[in-house]
Design a protein around this ligand. Structure first.
Ligand code: ASC
Length: 150
């Protein structure tokens, strides 16, 4: 009998670990990490576009690929109950969860433009790259303006 209870307890524990309930703090950290990676690479690309550092097509293209991929990651980190009114670590206004249709449209626009930037970057056409960089940056800002705390 004792052995049976032990087996039941162990299997319950295993199930709990496997279900892996996501902690709100972990979701916040996850999405912030993805945005940090995007910002890291976007910043260097921006410096190239502005002529603050030399324009290097290979580096730019590599970074554009990274940004295009990482732009698909943050969405799943926006768990309900993780707004800035609930967690000091959060920079996301509670409004985001009330405007999900708009948020999804803006995330999709960002993913579309970052993908276009990665594709144009491969052509090496500096003028077109710079133009598309500006378009892409606007789609980053669109969400920040509405849903990110100052
Ligand atoms: C960046 C960065 C952002 C965006 C945004 C674009 O490099 O960290 O949040 O670009 O400023 O408008």
């Amino acid at each position: 009998m004792n052995k049976m209870w032990l087996a039941v307890s162990l299997s319950l524990l295993a199930n709990m670990l496997q279900a892996g309930e996501i902690k709100p703090e972990s979701a916040i950290e996850y999405r912030q990490s993805a945005f940090h990676i995007m910002g890291w690479h976007f910043k260097t690309m921006g410096a190239m576009v502005k002529g603050e550092i030399p324009f290097n097509k290979e580096t730019f293209s590599k970074k554009a690929d990274i940004v295009a991929f990482v732009s698909t990651l943050p969405s799943e980190g926006f768990l309900k109950g993780t707004s800035s009114s609930e967690f000091v670590e959060s920079k996301t206004k509670a409004l985001l969860w009330e405007k999900m249709d708009d948020v999804k449209a803006k995330a999709e626009a960002n993913q579309k433009e970052t993908k276009a930037l990665a594709e144009i970057a491969k052509t090496g056409d500096e003028k077109a790259i710079k133009e598309q960089f500006g378009k892409t940056a606007k789609t980053c800002k669109a969400c920040h303006d509405d849903y990110r705390e100052e």
